[in-house]
Design a protein around this ligand. Structure first.
Ligand SMILES: [Zn+2]
Length: 171
């Protein structure tokens, strides 16, 4: 069993961080904040990821991609672990990730609702910031579908430039 040196762990982290999200291929698992930890246990590399949405089928694909890329990088013994707590929040998407989403024509999510305290249910969904068009920046947009391809995204249309676009929902 090979013990990974610090430099090897850094290399493994860089490989893992570059894995794209299958549903949002313009961003990586590091951009999305899905990649929680890359460490070593008993000579084996352990990668911990948190699913964006529970039951998101993308997770299996990400785990497969992680193992394949790490194997190509010389890490044969890799375990991919799923951490469900704390639950992923769209707030974990990095500034770099948000920039990449916008550049690809996908509106990044608004700040997630505060889940720590009691949630006044009556107010949910009433006071909502408009979703800004990633192409022209207009706030005059209309939601045309709750789901776009995957549960993670909603479909919008810009009322100014008339272009449809996807919005990554806040969670
Ligand atoms: Zn627009």
């Amino acid at each position: 069993m090979v013990t990974h040196a610090g430099a090897d762990l850094a290399a493994a982290r860089a490989i893992a961080a570059a894995v794209p999200d299958p549903e949002l291929p313009m961003v990586t698992v590091a951009d999305l904040g899905i990649l929680r930890d890359v460490g070593e246990e008993g000579g084996r590399l352990v990668v911990t990821i948190t699913p964006t949405y529970s039951g998101c089928p993308a997770l299996r694909e990400i785990a497969h991609d992680l193992k394949r890329r790490l194997a190509a990088g010389g890490f044969a013994e890799v375990a991919v672990r799923t951490a469900l707590a704390p639950p992923w929040s769209s707030d974990w998407i990095t500034a770099e990730g948000r920039r990449k989403l916008r550049e690809a024509g996908v509106a990044p999510p608004h700040p997630a609702p505060d889940r720590r305290g009691p949630v006044p249910l009556a107010l949910t969904g009433i006071r909502r910031e408009p979703v800004t068009c990633p192409r022209c920046g207009s706030g005059r947009t209309t939601q045309t579908a709750m789901f776009s391809g995957t549960a993670c995204k909603a479909l919008y249309r810009c009322d100014s430039c008339r272009e449809p676009f996807e919005y990554v929902k806040e969670i």
